[in-house]
Ligand binder design. Structure first.
Ligand code: BGC
Length: 699
């Protein structure tokens, strides 16, 4: 069996100074070279939705395919698609001579205000864990590593280096660690990145319970634990806790660690373990493989991936897909139609190889018989120009375009005038880059004021008088609230931050050349005060109390009865599906193994995708448990009239909660509610199973 823990590497041939140096990076992106044992340096680079490799000039990046951000990929619920994106990312990483891609990010979306939500998959650990497993397998199949981040409880940017997440152990185990556990057990990412924050007072980088007891001893993790950049405060405590590689490092071997080992305060065997693991990582990576990237093929994949993420939230009277026969003119409105929002800011900002211009793509898809007109409608001070050269867009933060001299009111008036003269209005709306970036949380969940005013004004156009219908394309990486305009809109397509192919994908879905097959991986609230962490985000006096416990996302809305604007798992297709009764068969009562099956039939007239979601609830329990929790899902595609039997197997753990007193996963005897659903509120079939009590230890 291949040794990924480095046990076959002998650190005895290295000096103590070499060992200490190896455990700290050489510079921002490289590990140390150790000549004596012929250990070359390796290079790491961000991630996660495209390779962000420095050109050699500080903060200037090589072009790379900008795939949909993880928040968008989360909406795909499509393991196969995410794996293929992972493979392409792995190919680009390998070609560039980079050995580890710093992603995926799988922290839970605790609050819609977290500035990095666009980098994360979901509010649910099973969903995030499954898709991240696919991503890791895809990248690593190309001979390069991933770095699962940010471990753990890094759910906000406010005070991110210091804040202490005060979380009870059950909540940690069931929500905040569970996705990490799933990916570690299923895919063994080559590395895991510890987070900046403290957890119950102890920095993640120095948290032995987290990095050694849980991650290694219980979950069997064999790879390297890397610090987030600058997350180490006490190097000796970090090494003792199980952190292998401090990044970025300072060259040489810091005296304090040498002294600690020499004095016996830090056992040399601890250093040796870290050295072995780093050596195994270095030796595992395949050699650079330049010239392997088919940029056009990856752009096509970026388009396909973007299409797979698009989520149709609302579609009144079958407004979409656009019927070319009855739509003579379309008003396209919004700066994001010409200066698209593809991704968020910070370390995840990728310099795309080429960007589809949404307006141009929509015009092309409309064809000769439909006149497409454009109005700006609002201005985003952060928006960057499509450079006009080969469609390439500048990197985030690059030079901005000239401002339109019109006032906001004039922009809105011109947009309304245009919309009133057209059969259909398509508004590209969303959040500015500045509010979706690393290092900052958002201070509200609304769209920018200018866009809200525009949407309200357009919604005032009375369809019966003007015949125009309002379609809104939302380009944002985290939940937003939708104002009064919502009820007067005909359709809302959630595009998210879907990467460089999003312009094409949106046009294809609007005209029905592709299906809207995404489903929300994050609940959309009516207002911020409805959200689970409202009273406890971002905390105070250096602490953030996870007072809502396990009740984040849909678990909160189900438990409180608060009605969300759009629930977790929601998304419409251009067709309809029917579910048969749900069959639930206990295969092994002692182990808690249960087989579920349901037949789904496409009852509409078009092909389409359905995401079949399986939830489990334990209505009578000795601890307060969520009404339902996602335990399995499958995405299927069906032709009109076709049917598919969807089968999944649940295990004992799927029925258990974490019993903190006993330190075990506990399943209580009794009846469990099982649901097959099209969203967390759209339950299509139910069953119950009776199971005896059982336990499973964490290891
Ligand atoms: C971010 C990480 C990133 C690292 C390297 C940190 O600030 O939190 O996600 O991988 O920088 O750029």
């Amino acid at each position: 069996m291949t040794d990924h823990s480095g046990q076959s590497f002998d650190p005895g041939a290295m000096t103590l100074a070499e060992k200490v140096a190896l455990c700290s990076g050489y510079d921002d992106w490289h590990t140390e070279t150790v000549e004596s044992v012929k250990l070359p340096a390796i290079e790491v680079a961000d991630g996660p939705h495209g390779l962000r490799k420095e050109t050699g000039v500080d903060m200037v990046w090589e072009p790379a395919t900008c795939f949909p951000t993880l928040s968008a990929l989360g909406s795909s619920w499509d393991r196969d698609l995410v794996r293929r994106v992972g493979e392409a990312l792995g190919t680009e990483t390998r070609a560039a001579g980079v050995q580890v891609l710093l992603g995926p990010g799988i922290n839970m979306k605790r609050s819609p205000l977290c500035g990095r939500n666009f980098e994360y998959l979901s509010e649910d650990p099973v969903h995030a864990g499954e898709l991240a497993t696919a991503y890791v397998r895809g990248v690593q199949s190309r001979g390069v590593g991933t770095c699962l981040k940010h471990f753990a409880a890094n759910n906000q940017e406010t005070l991110r280096f210091w804040v202490s997440a005060q979380v009870d152990e059950r909540t940690l185990r069931e929500i905040y660690l569970a996705a990490f556990e799933r990916v570690v057990r299923q895919a063994q990412p080559w590395s895991v990145m510890c987070s900046y924050n403290r957890i119950n007072g102890v920095h993640a980088s120095q948290n032995r319970w987290l990095l050694t007891q849980v991650l290694r001893d219980e979950w069997g993790y064999q790879g390297v634990v890397i610090s987030d950049w600058g997350a180490v405060h006490d190097r000796i405590a970090a090494l003792a806790a199980g952190l292998d590689l401090e990044m970025p490092g300072t060259p040489g071997a810091p005296g304090e660690v040498l002294d600690a080992v020499s004095s016996g305060m830090l056992p040399e065997s601890t250093m040796d373990e870290s050295v072995r693991r780093i050596a195994a990582l270095v030796r595992r990576a395949g050699p650079a493989d330049p010239g392997r990237v088919d940029t056009q093929a990856h752009h096509r994949l970026a388009r396909e991936a973007a299409a797979g993420c698009l989520t149709l939230l609302r579609n009144e009277d079958g407004c979409l897909p656009i019927d070319r026969a009855t739509t003579g003119s379309i008003a396209v409105i919004g700066e994001y139609a010409i200066r698209p929002r593809l991704q968020g800011g910070g370390s995840a900002g990728v310099r795309p190889t080429g960007v589809d211009n949404p307006l141009a793509e929509l015009t092309a898809a409309a064809g000769d018989g439909v006149c497409v007109h454009f109005e700006l409608g609002y201005q985003d001070p952060d928006a960057v120009d499509l450079a006009g050269v080969d469609g390439e867009v500048r990197a985030p933060g690059a030079a901005q375009r000239d401002r339109d001299p019109r006032t906001d009111a004039e922009l809105i008036a011109d947009a309304v005038r245009l919309a009133a003269s057209c059969d259909l209005t398509v508004v590209y709306a969303g959040l500015p880059l500045a509010s979706e970036t690393e290092g900052h949380d958002r201070d509200g969940v609304e769209l920018p004021a200018g866009q809200q005013a525009l949407l309200e004004a357009l919604a005032e156009l009375d369809p019966s008088a003007t015949g125009t219908r309002l379609v809104v394309v939302l380009c944002n990486g985290s939940a937003v609230t939708l104002g009064a305009w919502h009820d007067r809109s005909s359709a809302i397509l959630h595009a998210g931050l879907a990467g460089q192919g999003a312009g094409w994908a949106v046009a294809q879905v609007l005209f029905g050349e592709a299906d809207p097959s995404g489903r929300l991986a994050e609940t959309y609230p009516h207002r911020l005060a409805d959200t689970p962490a409202y009273l406890n985000f971002p905390g105070e006096r250096g602490q953030v109390r996870y007072g809502e416990g396990v009740f984040i996302g849909y678990r909160w809305y189900d438990a409180t009865g608060i009605v969300p604007r759009y629930p977790f798992g929601h998304g419409l297709a251009y067709t309809t599906f029917e579910y048969s009764p749900l069959s639930a068969t206990v295969v092994d009562a002692e182990a808690g193994t249960v087989d579920l099956a349901v037949t789904v039939t496409n009852t509409g007239s078009r092909a389409g995708c359905e995401v079949v979601q399986f939830y489990v609830g334990d209505p009578v329990a000795t601890v307060r448990r969520p009404v339902r929790e996602l335990k399995a899902f499958e995405k299927i595609r069906l032709d009109p009239g076709a049917a598919c039997r969807v089968s999944v197997r649940l295990t004992g753990r799927d029925f258990a909660f974490f019993d903190v007193g006993a330190g075990t996963w506990r399943r209580e005897a009794g009846e469990y509610a099982i649901e097959a659903a099209a969203s967390s509120v759209d339950i299509r079939a139910r069953a119950t199973v009776r199971l005896p009590a059982g336990t499973a230890s964490p290891a």
